[in-house]
Design a protein around this ligand. Structure first.
Ligand SMILES: [Zn+2]
Length: 85
């Protein structure tokens, strides 16, 4: 355990950008089939749902939802809720 090398933060950011690019464009889902509500996306983004929640799997199949999910995580909540409230 003590020999675990430090992972540079840059690497994580780069990996996250690549994940964003893949999941954010790979599955356009123009009909928004099976999409959860913005409330559920918010719960997913803030990790208020268990890791086995079906919404997480949906994010891997639906780019619009994934982009909304990431926007919520980065503070650009497209919904009406004020995160400060
Ligand atoms: Zn969706």
């Amino acid at each position: 355990m003590a020999n675990t090398p430090q992972v540079p933060g840059n690497d994580d950011a780069q990996t996250q950008r690549e994940i964003d690019e893949v999941f954010g464009t790979a599955n356009p889902n123009p009909g928004r089939v099976g999409c959860p509500s913005i409330e559920e996306l918010t719960d997913l983004a803030w990790r208020r749902l268990p890791i086995g929640a079906p919404g997480y799997e949906h994010l891997t199949k639906c780019s619009p939802c994934y982009r909304e999910f990431r926007a919520i995580q980065s503070g650009n909540d497209p919904g009406s809720r004020d995160p400060r409230g």
